[in-house]
Design a protein. Structure first.
Length: 418
């Protein structure tokens, strides 16, 4: 395909170097796009936290084809609505921010005349991007949020979890009825979705062109760092889960699965790295199951400490019920750790039969049984763990290296403007 250098406008509310989740996606996507095109990135700079990080990173590794445009609503609105926990106030602020950057984008487009606009972060399919109204080729995504907790699992949640899922469902229903969400879906020349579940929901909104494309990856430095972690083959057998302790992460299921596994391997350990509202419930459950002496809650830690703990474990257990991404699965695979996840959401697209186990999510009892059996198979078969370790490292290097994803981003852009 003939390469044409384009003028691209990117919307990336979350954008910051050396971060995971949405900020990491925004940063890496913009940097990769700028390898091939001239890019303008509209992002937030509340309290200049990410602006300082971006400017420091640009000093270390200049990129002349990327232009940063910082935008925020007036200070009094920020003080009233900005919420780092992304509650309803923050979502309302973000909706207003989207309106604000439409007018900014319209002004920039008169001056620069963009070939393409791409809304990258924060991307939830039931929150619109008004940049679709600029009248130039528009790519929405990658977007997520269409993943559901299977109904049979709702009963296994705490009261808080049940209420959360109910409110999430209501919010999505209202979002899907939003005229601007429907307009965004219909006007998009291309919608990138992180999972099949999100693609199915967007189809119902009248979308014309949808591709499933994971929004996450690792840069070469991260891959090299993770691939240099040593293989843990000596006792005790350790299982680790990394992430916020939220009900929909499914850690209550993995804890029950570990309890069954523990009956055959009483010297094994289960480490949780992270904190969250479900921590006390999980601690109570570990006591109830009689395994509290072998379950360790290690709280949040700096990245280098997390990697050290990951190095000391045999497998990653990630039983999330509706995760659009699941970066920790990629990190574990790059580190040579087999991954056990549920066959749902983003992790199910990353993990293969060669790199781990994808457990069907039919009901809690079945999931707990299958999680424990997968752990037993890995604990009993060191050769299987070694094969999965090698396959995981290879898969990440082949498909989730940001440099290779950058080439895909370029191809997508070129196809849209032809």
């Amino acid at each position: 395909m003939e390469h044409r250098k384009l003028k691209v406008l990117i919307s990336a509310y979350g954008c910051e170097p050396d971060r995971g989740s949405e900020p990491g996606v925004g940063w890496n996507w913009a940097k990769q796009a700028a390898r091939f095109h001239e890019v303008w990135v509209i992002t937030s700079k509340i309290d200049k936290l990410n602006q300082n990080a971006i400017e420091e990173a640009m000093k270390k590794e200049p990129s002349p084809d990327i232009h940063w445009v910082y935008f925020d609503l007036p200070r009094w609105i920020c003080n009233l609505l900005v919420d780092p926990k992304w509650g309803w106030r923050m979502r309302f602020y973000y909706f207003l921010w989207q309106i604000g950057i439409y007018f900014l984008g319209k002004k920039l487009n008169k001056e620069i005349k963009f070939n393409l606009v791409n809304h990258v972060t924060t991307c939830c399919y039931w929150t619109p991007s008004f940049l679709c109204l600029l009248g130039i080729p528009f790519i929405w995504g990658p977007v997520g949020g269409g993943e559901n907790t299977p109904k049979t699992f709702i009963k296994s949640f705490s009261y808080y979890g049940i209420i959360y899922e109910l409110l999430r469902g209501i919010a999505r229903w209202f979002g899907e009825k939003d005229v601007f969400v429907g307009l965004c879906a219909r006007k998009a020349n291309l919608i990138l979705t992180s999972t099949e579940a999100t693609a199915e929901r967007i189809k119902k909104l009248g979308a014309r062109n949808i591709q499933i494309y994971s929004q996450i990856g690792l840069n070469k430095d991260e891959i090299n760092e993770l691939q240099h972690l040593s293989y843990h083959g000596s006792p005790p057998f350790r299982v680790v889960s990394i992430g916020r302790l939220l009900h929909w992460k499914g850690f209550h299921l993995s804890l029950k699965g570990f309890a069954r596994f523990y009956e055959k391997f009483p010297d094994s350990e289960y480490w949780f790295i992270g904190n969250g509202p479900e921590e006390q419930n999980l601690k109570k459950l570990s006591c109830k199951l009689g395994i509290s002496k072998s379950v360790y809650f290690l709280d949040n830690r700096p990245r280098h400490e997390v990697l050290k703990k990951l190095e000391e474990c045999n497998i990653l257990l990630h039983p999330s019920l509706h995760d659009s991404a699941g970066l920790v699965c990629l990190e574990a695979m790059a580190a040579g750790k087999p991954v056990i996840c549920l066959d749902t959401g983003g992790p199910a697209l990353q993990v293969t039969d060669e790199t781990g186990f994808k457990i069907p999510a039919l009901n809690p009892e079945q999931a707990v049984k299958d999680l424990s059996e997968a752990m037993i198979k890995l604990a009993q078969n060191n050769e299987l763990r070694l094969c999965m370790s090698e396959a995981g490292r290879k898969r990440v290097a082949e498909y989730f290296d940001w440099d290779k994803k950058g080439e895909c981003i370029n191809s997508i852009y070129q196809e849209i403007v032809l």
